[in-house]
Write a protein that binds this ligand. Structure first.
Ligand code: ADP
Ligand code: MG
Length: 261
């Protein structure tokens, strides 16, 4: 079933055209990787899907509705979620922020909840459930600043999961995480992908080849590929680069060496 339909989408900041005539369909349980150069328009596209950027030309529908009507279906892990590690906030408080945004009936002010003047049982079980999904429930009362980069990013994913989304968008979730942490994040996304659709902006081509089912390359315009793992596209090369990836997708064969990246 298609859940996101993007048709003839163009977008400009002032006079600078950033996206041009983008067409893309995302199906339920896709694992879509979005790649492309810095400044290519990847984050802009995610913000259009989220309804953060206003539509200018073209169409986006999510479950056949405008993006702004469907926010509760989408969990979002933004790019560069730099948390001030000195700020004395616990893991559970960070996760709870994701829940507060989506709660319909607010009986307590957000700051009352934040400082645990009044987390309800229901709020707590939701946040703890999200932490359990990312394997971080034991860290609930730890200070966010005491965690590793990979652990912090898992907490950010838990925060996004708190509203029970059916689509998870992640913008470069592993850009400042070590190799082990990256693998853990992608293994986690693969498990989540059994239940929800995953759309991730990433530069790590070897990861994409291992985990994604589809790849979209965006540099103002979009090139889209279904990844076919039936023997045509396989690599164990950890240092696969984007140029090679594009060659490979274009030519359906593997070039492993000599791209200089
Ligand atoms: N809020 C903004 N206002 C003006 N220009 C922006 C804004 N956000 C991004 N841009 C510009 O739009 C282009 C695409 O940016 P972005 O979508 O962030 O690319 P990517 O995520 O692929 O690196 C870049 O040239 C960037 O400088
Ligand atoms: Mg970006």
């Amino acid at each position: 079933m298609s859940i996101i339909e993007i048709k003839n989408l163009s977008f400009s900041y002032d006079k600078q055209k950033v996206l041009e005539n983008i067409n893309l369909t995302v199906h339920e349980k896709d694992f879509l990787a979005i790649i492309g150069p810095n400044g290519g328009g990847k984050s802009t596209l995610l913000k259009l899907i989220l309804g953060i950027n206003p539509l200018q030309r073209g169409e986006i529908t999510i479950y056949n509705q405008l993006p702004s009507k469907n926010l509760s279906h989408i969990g979002y892990v933004p790019q560069n979620t730099n948390i001030n590690t000195n700020f004395p906030i616990r893991v559970i408080d960070v996760v709870m922020m994701g829940h507060l945004n989506h709660k319909e009936k607010q009986t307590l002010k957000w700051w009352q909840k934040l400082f645990q003047i009044g987390y309800s049982k229901e709020d707590m079980s939701c946040a703890m459930g999200s932490l359990a999904k990312v394997g971080m429930e034991k860290f609930a009362n730890k200070k966010i600043g005491s965690l590793s980069g990979g652990q912090r990013q898992r907490v950010m994913i838990a925060r996004a999961l708190c509203a029970n989304p059916t689509i998870l968008l992640l913008d470069e979730p592993t850009s400042s995480i070590d190799v082990d942490g990256q693998k853990q994040i992608y293994d986690l996304l693969k498990v989540l992908n059994n239940f929800i659709t995953v759309i991730v902006v990433s530069h790590d081509i070897s990861v994409i080849l291992k985990y994604a089912s589809k790849v979209a390359h965006i540099n103002k315009v979009l090139t889209f590929h279904n990844l076919d793992f039936d023997g045509k596209i396989k690599t164990n090369d950890e240092h696969f680069c984007e140029v090679e990836m594009l060659q490979m997708l274009g030519e359906q064969k593997i070039h492993k060496k000599g791209c200089g990246c």
